[in-house]
Design a binder for this molecule. Structure first.
Ligand code: ADP
Ligand code: MG
Length: 355
């Protein structure tokens, strides 16, 4: 055996680096959807329509009636770190919008064919622009790399087509269109419940009817009823609590002890972001394990507000898992509040039965 042949170290192509980085943020169509929905909500939309082909792999389109994008911003909107929402690092601690890193559109443009159609209320016509790898590209072969005037309603429509066309391994891993569509529907439904003033629809392109359709100016509980059914909605109790020392405030709807569900449903929004927080989830699950019948699982919708300065939203590229200061105290407060609400719901029910 001769000496081991080491391959020389080479610098990766910039486009490959960008593609890899994009794949860290956008794992699957539902991640892209979350980013695009948050952009629409940041833009003040009151109506958002999602259209999907092949589980979002062929097409993921989000149409909103928000404030639109300025025509002069279209050339750079898909470049990395371009944002209208953050100018200084210190702003991160006060951030109130969903987006803040200017990475979502850039990332999507590195792993899909992206097009943006947008019209501000005060402009005469809409503009349509196509992107690849962060830059404007011609909409048609031989066309020019610039936004083209067109007709459209006020607001913005973003279409991502052929997701992961340039990453074969991702494409192979995401072959189950049904599974991807159900994740998309789940994300859209959760945002619909949390943003009940906004009308949401989600449908398969060419499908006979929308799979999600919530009206404008609805309420969280009405949307829960529509999406999860009356049986679940009727079994929920409302919680609400604020604590000045912990700088925490929350409200929500949680299972009382009487209901039949075989899968935990846990919708957690912290400062309006749909997130995961394992300590909160575990604490709630163990509380319910001690009060629910064995095979039954809880439904929990929690709308938690913390001082932005206490929340670290930048721990994970997908912004999915967050951390915050004073976790133990806040988790305790949530569990206590749920426990009391469930007890009092059941006491009043027993009282009603006896009386
Ligand atoms: P971020 O949300 O972190 O700013 P994005 O890449 O998601 O970064 O979006 C870049 C910019 O594009 C946003 O700051 C916003 O100005 C604009 N934008 C994106 N989507 C929309 C939309 N649906 N309506 C209006 N403006 C949008
Ligand atoms: Mg964004």
């Amino acid at each position: 055996d001769g000496p081991v042949q080491l391959a020389p170290i080479r610098r990766l192509d910039e486009s490959v680096v960008n593609r890899i980085a994009a794949g860290e943020i956008i794992h699957r169509p539902s991640n892209a959807l979350k980013e695009l929905l948050e952009n629409s909500l940041d833009a003040g939309a009151t109506s958002i329509a999602v259209t999907v082909k092949d589980g979002g792999m062929k097409l993921l389109q989000i149409q909103d009636n928000g404030h639109g994008i300025r025509t002069e911003d279209l050339p750079i909107v898909c470049e990395r770190f371009t944002t209208s929402k953050l100018t200084e690092y210190e702003d991160l601690s006060r951030i109130r919008t969903y987006g803040f890193r200017g990475e979502a559109l850039a990332s999507i443009s590195h792993v899909a064919h992206l097009s943006i159609t947008t019209k501000k209320a005060d402009s005469d016509c809409a503009y349509r622009a196509s992107y690849a790898d962060g830059r404007l590209v011609p909409a048609r072969p031989g066309g020019r790399s610039e936004p083209e005037p067109c007709a459209a309603n006020n607001g913005t429509t973003i279409a991502a087509e052929d997701l992961f066309y340039n990453i074969r391994s991702r494409r192979e891993a995401l072959k189950n269109a049904r599974e991807e569509y159900s994740r998309i529907l789940e994300v859209a439904s959760r945002y619909a419940i949390h943003n009940s003033s906004v009308a949401f629809t989600c449908r398969k392109a060419g499908g006979p009817k929308a799979d999600l359709c919530t009206p404008q100016a609805s309420t969280a509980i009405a949307n829960i009823r529509q999406i999860f059914g009356s049986k679940i909605a009727d079994s929920l109790v409302e919680i609400e609590r604020a604590d000045a020392d912990l700088e925490a405030e929350f409200r929500g709807y949680v299972s009382s002890a009487v209901h039949e569900m075989h899968k935990t449903v846990f919708l957690l929004f912290i400062n309006h972001r749909l997130v995961e927080h394992t300590p909160i989830r575990r604490a709630i699950e163990s509380l319910y394990a001690s009060i629910l019948p064995k095979a039954s699982r809880p439904f929990v919708y929690l709308d938690l507000h913390l001082s932005p300065a206490n929340v670290d939203v930048n721990v994970h590229p997908t912004k999915r898992e967050v951390r915050f200061l004073g976790e133990d105290g806040i988790v305790g407060l949530i569990v206590d509040s749920i426990h009391k609400a469930v007890l009092s719901a059941n006491n009043s029910r027993e009282f009603a039965l006896r009386g």
